[in-house]
Design a protein. Structure first.
Length: 333
């Protein structure tokens, strides 16, 4: 077989596979862009599990009219650090891959306006082709609408689960993101029915109550490590021993501002409850962990949900110490 270099269109569909696995990955990328834009209000709408439509609106910075088309180029980003120091990134995005990836596997329309322009811009891309760019009146901020996901890639479409399963995945993702950013107001509706609505007042217990349920929120303990825990600064909510779940899905971790998955750190939470919970029951947590940024690499996974920590053991034991101490201090003598 002879070797050929893939066309731009072919290679972008392949690259998109790393970022856009399913509707939830699109929601994640769009919401992260909204957060990076400084928005304090983010509205998320999905239809048929996001397969039919996903719309994310924000009141953030918007994109200047002469930059909008550029945003859809691969590796085009306003976030790459000037000195190239990927350990010094303050934004959720930095790879410049999300918009071109989404645009190569779906139909996407972006309507956006910055504060110092009277008119905004509307861009429509479809499966990698630019369909239309218009000047338009619109509010400050950005609305992105994605439709016809994988319409031209039946193999990928077939791989998706039912709308209700895809919907559920998006719902849990939005729960995590809205909890991770308690100062941002989130509203999420599924086929027009509101599923989540936060006030964005910054209070963790309050936000937890709005996202999950007030009863669980009330039973959670607020924990906060002082400086004495050393390496990692940790704060958040953990369940008291009498509130448990039958699986580990409620152990949430935010490391340096990003919702991440890490088996070892989740195990640290779980293990700290040893002796407090009966076998087969699992705790709930929403922990914000901050480590020195030079010790953390986010650039090891295309969707940035996995991380590499220079000193995982230190973080592990900081988590354990904080939870253990909190459980012991509140348990009856
Ligand atoms: P990245 O987020 O990694 O930079 P994206 O492809 O997600 O890459 O977005 C490309 C660029 O488009 C961003 O760097 C940003 O400048 C701009 N952008 C995307 N979404 C928004 C938004 N909601 N508000 C403001 N700017 C945005
Ligand atoms: Mg992005």
């Amino acid at each position: 077989m002879s070797i050929k270099v893939l066309s731009k269109q072919e290679s972008s569909v392949i690259a998109a596979g790393e970022v856009v696995e399913r509707p939830a990955s699109i929601v994640k990328e769009l919401v992260e862009n909204s957060i990076d834009s400084g928005a304090d209000t983010i509205l998320i709408h999905i239809e048929s599990g996001g397969i039919k439509a996903i719309a994310v609106s924000d009141n953030g910075s918007g994109i200047a009219s002469n930059d909008v088309e550029l945003a859809f180029h691969r590796f085009a980003t306003s976030k790459y650090p000037e000195n190239g120091d990927l350990f010094n990134i303050e934004t959720l995005g930095f790879r410049g891959e999300a918009l071109p990836s989404i645009a190569s596997v779906a139909s996407i329309r972006m309507v956006t306006r910055v504060v110092d322009e009277r008119n905004g811009t509307s861009v429509h891309m479809d499966n990698g082709n630019l369909i239309e760019v218009l000047s338009t009146g619109c509010p400050l901020g950005t609305t992105v609408t994605v439709t016809n996901l994988f319409a031209r890639i039946p193999a990928r479409l077939k791989f998706l689960k039912s709308p209700s399963v895809e919907s559920q995945r998006i719902y849990s993702l939005v729960q995590q993101l809205s909890m991770a950013f308690p100062l941002v107001r989130f509203r999420f509706d599924v086929d027009g029915k509101i599923r989540l609505n936060t006030r964005g007042n910054g209070d963790l217990r309050n936000t937890y109550a709005e996202i999950f349920d007030p009863k669980t929120a009330n039973s959670m303990m607020v924990v906060e490590s002082g400086d004495d825990l050393g390496y990692a600064a940790i704060h958040g909510l953990i369940s008291s021993p009498d509130t448990t779940r039958s699986n580990r899905n409620f152990i949430n971790l935010v490391v340096n501002g990003r919702c991440i998955q890490n088996r070892s750190l989740a195990f640290a939470v779980e293990d700290a409850y040893k002796g407090f919970l009966t076998v087969g029951r699992h705790p709930l947590s929403f922990l914000f962990i901050d480590v020195p940024k030079e010790d953390l690499d986010f650039n090891v996974h295309p969707a940035k949900v996995e991380i590499r920590l220079k000193d995982e053991r230190q973080v592990f034991s900081s988590i354990q110490r904080l939870i253990r101490n909190s459980l012991i201090s509140m348990s009856p003598v």
